[in-house]
Ligand binder design. Structure first.
Ligand code: TXA
Ligand code: MG
Length: 346
């Protein structure tokens, strides 16, 4: 793990960190890499900065932002009545892709950041650039993913530029992000932790530390109202409609052939293992099935890449929902607006 005191190296490699910290102190908004996706940061104590974040993203005002911190001391400034469970999760997974929902400290954060809720989402990112930026400006930094609302989250500086060029004060390019899907959001205000958004830290990881964790019912039942405001929005959608295909490779190929016979251009999201089995207009491999972390890493890049093609329809393979597979399928279900095709059992 990277420590903020050894910030010399990262400041040498990324001299823009100093400038970004200055801009943040002046309530400007800047994008920077984290280990999950790029974030669009702004001073979490300032209404002016928060308003700029919502405007740049086109984000609905009822969707609160995650506050990013670089040290445990910063948590006490913004959160109150922190439970034992929350303490143990922060201890185990920070810095890292875990966001905890805590009771907020009254009258500290901008009301826009928390969308008027009594709780605050807090996370310590595991990325030297993000940590150095936060450490340098000395502020809690509100940072949603640095995409236009509704687009896939950005996993490279180019994605940020494609979405937000001209409307933000700057971008620090730290290369491709590692995890590739957003942090796991866990509500720690009740007796057992509840996963509101699956991400890089899995349910299995959390249970190994605190014994028991629940999953918000809205993640598995479309008729439930999600507890995390952002989860109700349609997200991550490429322009062509996405369908999730559950069946054998030969059945998938038949579905592709049917569409092509009707004159449609078909895109296929597949995996390295299956690449050579298919024929379609655009075939994009998204990691390897034998290591779902590689699928998470490439998912948004691949969804964005389909937008640069002229396909009329996108078929996607599906994945088991254990480990990070739960986060992958959560994002794919949203991209597909829950459209599934199932092979009929004989
Ligand atoms: O990995 C990440 O978490 C990235 C990087 C940049 O850190 N950030 C990110 O932020 O994904 P954003 O704004 O795109 O997603 C924040 C999610 C939303 O679903 C929002 O509704 C939820 O966290 N959230 C924020 N505050 C909350 C609260 N007080 N209670 C429940 N959910 C909350
Ligand atoms: Mg987002």
């Amino acid at each position: 793990h990277w420590h903020v005191d050894n910030s010399v190296d990262v400041l040498d490699t990324y001299p823009q960190i100093e400038e970004a910290a200055e801009l943040l102190k002046q309530d400007e908004v800047v994008a920077f890499p984290t280990e999950t996706v790029y974030g669009l940061g702004g001073n979490a104590l300032s209404d002016q900065a928060a308003a700029k974040i919502f405007a740049a993203k086109g984000r609905p005002a009822d969707n609160p932002l995650i506050v990013h911190i670089a040290s445990k001391q910063q948590v006490a400034d913004i959160a109150a009545n922190i439970s034992q469970t929350a303490e143990r999760l922060m201890e185990a997974f920070w810095p890292g892709p875990l966001t905890v929902i805590l009771e907020k400290q009254p009258n500290r954060l901008s009301q826009l950041v928390t969308a008027g809720l009594e709780t605050v989402a807090v996370r310590m990112p595991d990325h030297p650039v993000a940590l150095a930026v936060i450490h340098k400006c000395g502020l809690p930094i509100a940072a949603p993913s640095a995409n236009r609302s509704g687009k896939p989250s950005p996993t490279s500086a180019r994605h940020v530029q494609d979405d937000l060029d001209g409307v933000i004060a700057g971008i620090i390019d730290g290369g491709d992000t590692g995890v590739g899907v957003e942090s796991t959001v866990v509500d720690c205000t009740g007796s057992i932790p509840v996963i509101l958004r699956p991400g890089g830290i899995t349910k299995e990881d959390i249970e190994a530390v605190v014994g028991e964790a629940a999953i918000d019912a809205a993640l598995t039942d479309m008729n439930q109202q999600p507890k995390s405001p952002g989860m109700k929005y349609k997200h991550y959608a490429p322009e062509a409609p996405v369908y999730l295909l559950n069946g054998s490779r030969s059945w998938v190929q038949s579905r592709i052939n049917e569409q092509r016979q009707e004159g449609k251009k078909v895109g296929l999201l597949t995996t390295e293992e299956n690449l050579s089995f298919y024929e379609a207009d655009v075939i994009l491999p998204c990691g390897r099935r034998d290591d779902l972390r590689t699928v998470a890493h490439s998912l948004y890049e691949v969804l964005r890449a389909f937008n640069e093609t002229d396909v009329d329809i996108i078929y996607s393979e599906t994945f088991p929902t254990d480990g990070v597979g739960l986060a992958i399928m959560n994002r794919l279900e949203k991209a597909a607006a829950h459209r599934w095709l199932h092979e009929k059992r004989k």
